[in-house]
Ligand binder design. Structure first.
Ligand SMILES: [Zn+2]
Length: 460
């Protein structure tokens, strides 16, 4: 039985979807005004593993991850660049797709954009005004009236008065309550705008997600996810808007990924301590980065450092070394390893325990390799199958082991030419030449292993 931690109830619960066999999941996507950083990578890799495991479990998963393509940050950045906001959005959407593909993220089932649901947003705001949950303020903007929603604070687990004392009170505020948030913003001259019953303007951020999620998944759906920083106010506000409009429960299970930290601080654009995915990919193989991102439990903080990345590379080398040279075969069925893996993942997607099972499996492969190659191969195929659930171990073992972080395709060609030269020298019993070439390879940190089937190598 799959158990999932629900941020709303603050406990692990048996996961029972609304419709048997089907899971409807929405994850708040990226506001596309800059390159994605490793904090984004952490969140979306976590939900990628979650969606893969749900599918592996046999569920028909509809995974929706939106794109926020209109927002103050986008407008400000486009103005700074003297660029049209749509050109900026197109550029960074493409960059995001490239980065996510490199990390092995499976494309979501639907990827709605905020500007595609303006009509739905307007209809939602009209409903909220009609049932007195929203009001037009003196400056023309439309606000949500938090005091009219009795369970406001249910996800943050804070009383509305406590939340209010922490809220920033702006000067000349036109709101009834400092926690009230904007649903429709009247456009200033030169800003992107859409027609609405309240004048030309644009939607607020929170209402976008309520409109996009319910448009695709219906009024009530199974899982809503995002980074922990979205719990308050973003997800709290989504609940308030959606439930006030529909009168139904919005989401059954709220899931939140922990922070990626550098020096114990959250990695974020606002703190300026972020590393973009593409910068990290300059120094590290994509699979190493992906492995690092899923090593800690998705709700726990994850510490970024060069040494944790190196540990991830070492771990993958152990797995690929176990897989190396095994004949292709069917995966072992009914295995204790698979049962233990499933038990770990059924416990709120516990990847650290799942990895420990994969390490046991790799150890078993190495033990069997000497005595029973067929059994080793069946265990190897199982390791690959379980690795796929986590989005790892699908590379060719030789290729992975030979692609050190410094190795480009040119390096690999050069290394292979040197190995061929050394083999030729050895065949000709020209030991001096063979040793010279070996030393040259050692200088490139290449470790050679001469075996019965020829020479293999890896970057040490
Ligand atoms: Zn959202």
């Amino acid at each position: 039985m799959l158990k999932v931690y629900n941020s709303l109830t603050q406990q692990k619960e048996n996961f029972i979807p609304n419709e048997a066999g089907k899971v409807k999941m929405y994850v708040c996507g990226v506001t596309v005004y800059d390159y994605c950083h490793l904090g984004h990578a952490r969140t979306y890799t976590a939900f990628d593993v979650i969606s893969r495991y749900l599918r592996w479990h046999g569920y028909d998963v509809t995974y929706v991850r939106n794109i926020t393509d209109i927002d103050d940050k986008i407008i400000n950045r486009a103005n700074e660049n003297k660029e049209d906001f749509q050109a900026l959005v197109a550029r960074f959407t493409q960059a995001m797709n490239e980065d996510f593909k490199a990390l092995g993220l499976i494309q979501p089932t639907h990827e709605p954009k905020a500007t595609d649901v303006i009509a739905e947003i307007i209809a939602l705001i009209e409903t909220l005004i009609a049932n007195n949950h929203a009001y037009v303020a003196s400056n023309g903007d439309v606000y949500y009236d938090v005091r009219r929603f009795s369970s406001y604070g249910c996800l943050a687990h804070r009383d509305i008065d406590k939340l209010e004392s922490g809220a920033r009170v702006e000067i000349n505020d036109v709101k009834r309550d400092p926690l009230d948030f904007v649903l429709w913003k009247i456009a200033k001259p030169g800003e992107p705008k859409w027609n609405s019953p309240w004048g030309e303007g644009r939607p607020g951020w929170h209402i976008e997600c309520s409109a996009m999620s319910t448009k695709v998944l219906g009024d009530t759906f199974d899982i809503h996810g995002g980074g922990k920083d979205l719990i308050f106010p973003h997800h709290e506000n989504e609940i308030a808007q959606s439930e006030a409009a529909s009168g139904k429960k919005f989401v059954n299970t709220w899931m939140h990924a922990g922070y990626l930290q550098i020096d114990k601080e959250k990695m974020s654009k606002s703190l300026g301590n972020f590393l973009t995915i593409r910068d990290a990919l300059k120094d590290h193989a994509p699979e190493v980065l992906r492995y690092f991102l899923i090593t800690s439990h998705y709700r726990s903080p994850l510490q970024y450092s060069e040494s944790t990345i190196q540990q991830s590379r070492n771990a993958l080398e152990r797995f690929y070394t176990a897989l190396r040279g095994l004949p292709e075969t069917e995966a072992l069925s009914d295995s204790e390893f698979e049962k233990k893996f499933t038990t770990a993942m059924d416990d709120d997607f516990n990847t650290p325990v799942a990895f420990s099972v994969l390490f046991e499996l790799a150890h078993e492969i190495q033990r069997l390799r000497e005595t029973d190659l067929a059994a080793a191969a069946a265990h190897g195929a199982l390791l690959k199958k379980l690795g796929d659930v986590l989005g790892i171990l699908q590379d060719n073992p030789e290729r992975f082991l030979q692609s050190g972080k410094e190795s480009s395709d040119d390096d690999i060609k050069k290394i292979e030419a040197l190995i061929a030269a050394r083999n030729k020298a050895r065949a000709e019993k020209n030991w001096a030449e063979a040793d010279k070439v070996r030393a040259e390879l050692a200088a490139m940190s290449v470790v050679l292993e001469d075996g019965a089937n020829g020479t293999t190598w890896k970057v040490g």
